[in-house]
Design a protein around this ligand. Structure first.
Ligand code: NAP
Ligand code: GLV
Length: 315
């Protein structure tokens, strides 16, 4: 039984070393140079895998995504149809995302960028501030990540709502569901956070029309967006136009239509945009390797795999 690493954009050694520490006897292979006999490969761990590789593995029984999102794996048109895909659902990853969302909601709420600018210019301007309860945060995606962020923001005193495909129930969080309730969710939202997966249904969902439906009753007079879901959910030209017209107050973006964000993108230098390099929730090699190993051991023992992706839903 061999485990193949397919992580062309990541330093694979960090991952294989972490797995070797946990399972010294594991037969570890690395694409493309150390694949060996493909008939031995039973498991694959992947992040942005190249197309056509997975389908060429005749005895593959499970594909592990090294992240929570599986859009890059599902976008391979040659993906073997029956092989289960297991995604990451790990408290460490969730906590990292919650930290990011809370940090950026607070940064916008407390106007930290304005304070940073003032400090650079030695300006003592103690402008009036507002309370958390004056701001309505709306989280698109109330899954593992979205629900945790929602609860933490609720506990900080924000008015929190969430929107998901099917109805969720979270105490103290107004839960909207489905396309029919999308507009009502947007109308009450001052800070829109995306923690959606990228699927055909969520592609381009953060567009000019969506932005125009957001609340303008909040303390900043225009809404704010925070996208830590996937870049293909946002129409960057629409975000820039809305920022320049004043329809949008500010944006924090961790994910982009093209990654890495090209140097010529105006998002890099826009005064109302905070750019982070897809680091909202990094997969920690030791924690996630332990998670993968746990799943392999379950599978070998004939127990069901956890967090198997529903291919029909796309996440
Ligand atoms: P999850 O548990 O699968 O939750 C996904 C949520 O999105 C669910 O609430 C789901 O609704 C909702 N949803 C999906 N399609 C929808 C649609 N068409 N309309 C409305 N709601 C929809 O996923 P997760 O673990 O929270 O992760 C979410 C995403 O975060 C990942 O897919 C990934 O793209 C992103 N992520 C980014 C980073 C980063 O560093 N930037 C790190 C980790 C994850 P239901 O509840 O009805 O199923
Ligand atoms: C990161 O983007 C992930 O999907 O875990």
């Amino acid at each position: 039984m061999a485990l193949l690493y397919l992580t062309p954009t990541w330093p694979t050694d960090v991952w294989t070393n972490a797995m070797r520490k946990l399972a010294p006897g594991m037969d570890i292979r690395v694409w493309p140079d150390r694949v060996g006999n493909i008939a031995d490969i039973r498991y694959a761990v992947a992040w942005l895998p190249p197309a056509n590789v997975l389908r060429g593995l005749p005895n593959l029984s499970v594909i592990f995504s090294l992240g929570a999102g599986v859009d890059a794996i599902l976008s391979d048109p040659t993906l073997p149809e029956a092989t289960p895909i297991v995604r990451v659902n790990e408290p460490d990853l969730t906590m990292r995302m919650t930290e990011y969302v809370v940090l950026h909601v607070l940064m916008q709420h407390r106007q930290q960028r304005r304070l940073d600018q003032n400090q650079k210019q030695k300006i003592w301007d103690s402008f009036p501030t507002h309370g958390a309860s004056d701001l309505a945060v709306g989280i698109m995606g109330l899954g593992v990540m979205g629900s945790d962020s929602a609860m933490r923001l609720r506990d900080l005193g924000f008015k929190v709502a969430g929107w998901s495909r099917t109805r969720r129930r979270i105490e103290g969080v107004h839960c909207y569901a489905g396309d029919a309730e999308f507009d009502a969710f947007l109308h009450r939202t001052d800070i829109l956070v995306s923690l959606l997966p990228h699927t055909p249904a969520t592609s381009g969902i953060i567009n000019r029309e969506t932005i125009r439906k957001l609340s303008r009753k909040g303390p900043f007079g225009a809404p704010i967006i925070i996208n830590a879901g996937r870049g293909k959910q946002q129409v960057e030209a629409d975000i820039l136009a809305a920022l320049d017209s004043g329809e949008l107050h500010a944006a924090t973006l961790d994910v982009f239509e093209t990654e890495p964000l090209p140097p010529e993108s105006p998002l890099w230098t826009h005064p109302k945009v905070t750019v982070t390099p897809h680091c909202a929730a990094d997969s920690d090699p030791e924690t996630i390797s332990a998670y993968v190993l746990r799943q392999i051991r379950r599978h070998e023992a004939g127990e069901p795999l956890e967090n198997v992706v529903d291919r029909a839903r796309g996440y």
